[in-house]
Design a protein around this ligand. Structure first.
Ligand code: SF4
Length: 645
């Protein structure tokens, strides 16, 4: 069976929309395959605009891994802007892939990668445009299996009604296993239809199929229990972990965008996981244990990735890149190799220490300096203990001054607002810190030509972190604190002039909080927001707080709960959390203990340098841990090439 491209119909609409090039496809790195020669076909979606979605590493990796299989076809699809959405509806053009402009509904699987929950409404637009019923229960054998991945999939409950399945954790091996199951099922003649296929997926214990679980509630609105309703379906679904990153050196052929995108560079993930233990950081918690890519693989990937793509920028990415055990050699090696060329190298710099500056200096040998960003996250020493961000004020000032004396004129400091136990005073300390930074920088350089930018993000408590039980502050409290902070920064005109101030107001964070920690009842709110026009909620110009508040007020009271119940309410130890049946490897008792430690302002060391504190991940991954009480032996302790101890 062949599938007709929608291109002739789409092409006529493109002159009428903004940035039509984003829908054209044909990029270097893109893959075109004949439909008929393939057995399993994936449409991969990053549910945001092309400019944000194309650079997404996760999608690029899975796209390449899948397309390397001769009988597998993977194509990409992104969220279309409202101008094209309206025209597609008017002219009956369905959601399409950008590679061969095939209708998404014709694929076997629609895999969505959610980096943030604010993409949920875009998923509904795509399903609706594709002609796929919004509710999983209404789908037939003619519809693709709609499967979610990415960090938000660690609590897919708010979108459970719209999903057929979710995969937790790393995708490289998982997509191939799902593909193998689908292939086998199709080759057998698709016995039992989609129900049988979903059952087979669920029985792997690493694919979550929401329809096979019933959620019971207590009269007060809390969850009583989540239990499988089909024989053979596991009580808990486990996350996937790709242990040896050297075996998976993707992307090898990065996609080079045709239209402008947020990043135009070759990005290499130098390690996955983080053991620093920042209590707010979901990425750090759910991606444990640390797994490094070896220096040789990193070097090879950079060489081949640049040769293939022609990019002139390389990003060495991870959650805390300066923590790679061979980072010094990686940076000096690459700097040497590309000295005198037009290739620039960058390291996202969040670690607050002089070493980070050394690395940045090394990478800027070509004369191109990337910005320096440090992330103390909390303004006061006290709140930094609460969040387990072990940075002293002295360290911060010393580090930033080192940057100034080494020629940087501008640094960025990143903080959060709305953290547990936070008071106005904690936030006002950010202004004092920024003043001290400028004063010390001026004294050390003898120049007034230095600046720092204070950037503030809103705290959102996330599942599978020690703060998963925390209450959120209301947007009013956050906005008032941010106003006070601004006044405090400008209270000294001379210093204030050298300080830039960027912040996000509290409203989107509260909604992100609803979607992050919500349960299945929140699905009705998402649907209502979407029906009322909600699109691109991650974009401030499209986000409407009132639309979410109104939808929550319309949908949640039926269940005896409301927006506050999901956001500003602190949970207690015994409460069944909506994601308790989804296993990130972290031990819930350890998370609770760490939450208690946070309230006592007790800091937890990084288990790279100290004995294991039993967060639960390594035993659940069956990883051999070799840590000495005094030695600085590095994770990962799986064989990922040279020099990893
Ligand atoms: S199990 Fe131990 S060594 Fe492994 S990540 Fe957790 S605390 Fe660290």
């Amino acid at each position: 069976m062949t599938v007709a491209t929608v291109w002739p119909r789409l092409e006529q609409l493109l002159p009428l929309v903004s940035k039509p090039i984003q829908y054209v496809g044909g990029e270097l790195g893109g893959v075109r395959k004949e439909w008929e020669t393939t057995t399993v076909r994936w449409a991969l979606m990053y549910p945001d605009a092309y400019e944000v979605g194309l650079p997404n590493q996760g999608v690029q990796i899975l796209y390449e891994v899948l397309n390397e299989q001769p009988d597998v076809l993977a194509e990409r699809t992104y969220a279309v802007w409202p101008d094209l959405e309206a025209l597609m509806r008017e002219h009956g053009v369905p959601q399409f892939t950008v590679d061969a402009h095939r209708p998404v509904r014709a694929f076997d699987l629609l895999g969505l990668s959610f980096a943030t929950e604010l993409g949920y409404t875009n998923m509904l637009t795509a399903l609706d445009l594709a002609g796929i019923p919004l509710l999983a229960k209404d789908r037939t054998d003619e519809d693709p299996i709609v499967l979610a991945g990415g960090h938000a999939a660690f609590n897919p409950e708010p979108i459970a009604d719209f999903l057929d399945a979710a995969v937790l954790g790393d995708g490289e091996e998982a997509v191939l296993e799902v593909t193998a199951l689908v292939r086998a099922w199709k080759e057998e003649g698709s016995p039992g239809g989609r129900d049988e296929l979903l059952l087979r997926l669920a029985k792997t214990e690493s694919v979550y199929v929401p329809r096979f679980y019933d959620v019971d509630y207590l009269p007060d609105g809390r969850i009583q229990r989540v239990v499988p309703n089909r024989a053979g379906v596991p009580f808990r679904v486990h996350k996937r972990t790709t242990m040896d990153l050297d075996q998976w050196p993707y992307p090898k052929k990065p996609i080079v965008p045709l239209a402008e995108t947020v990043h135009e560079r070759y990005a290499v993930e130098i390690f996955r996981g983080c053991t620093r233990g920042c209590r707010f950081c979901q990425a750090g918690m759910i991606t444990r244990p640390v797994r490094e890519r070896s220096i040789t693989t990193v070097g090879q990937m950079v060489k081949e990735g640049l040769e293939f793509s022609g990019f002139s920028e390389v990003g060495l990415l991870s959650l805390s890149s300066a923590d790679h055990s061979e980072i010094g050699d990686i940076c000096s090696g690459l700097a040497e190799q590309y000295e005198g060329t037009n290739v620039s190298l960058s390291l996202p710099s969040t670690r607050v220490d002089a070493f980070n500056i050394e690395l940045a200096q090394e990478l800027s040998r070509n004369g191109r300096r990337t910005g320096l960003t440090f992330a103390p996250e909390g303004g006061s020493e006290r709140i930094r203990k609460v969040i387990n961000k072990m940075v002293s004020e002295e360290d911060l000032i010393r580090t930033v001054v080192t940057a100034y004396t080494n020629g940087w004129r501008q640094v960025k400091l990143y903080f959060m607002c709305g953290l547990p136990t936070e008071t106005d005073e904690d936030v006002l300390q950010i202004a004092r810190l920024a003043h001290e930074v400028i004063k010390a920088g001026r004294a050390a350089t003898g120049s007034k030509d230095i600046r720092c930018t204070v950037s503030i993000g809103g705290f959102v408590p996330k599942p599978h972190t020690p703060f998963q039980w925390a209450s959120m502050s209301t947007p009013e409290v956050i906005d008032n604190r941010l106003k006070l902070l601004k006044q405090a920064i400008n209270s000294d005109r001379s210093l204030g002039r050298a300080i830039g101030y960027r912040y996000h107001d509290g409203q989107p964070s509260l909604i992100e909080g609803l979607l992050s920690r919500g349960d299945r009842r929140v699905g009705a709110v998402i649907r209502k927001v979407w029906e009322d026009g909600g699109r691109f909620d991650g974009w401030s110009e499209h986000f409407s707080y009132q639309r979410w508040v109104d939808a929550a007020a319309a949908e949640l009271p039926t269940f005896g709960v409301d927006l506050d119940w999901f956001t500003t309410r602190e949970r207690d130890e015994l409460e069944v959390l909506p994601w308790d049946h989804l296993d990130s490897g972290l031990d819930k008792d350890w998370l609770w203990q760490d939450w208690q430690d946070s309230m006592s302002e007790f800091e937890q060391d990084d288990c790279r340098w100290t004995p294991c504190f039993d967060c639960g991940v390594c035993p659940s991954m069956d990883t051999e841990i070799q840590i000495g009480p005094t030695g600085r032996k590095l994770l990962p302790l799986t064989p990922v090439g040279s020099g990893n101890g």
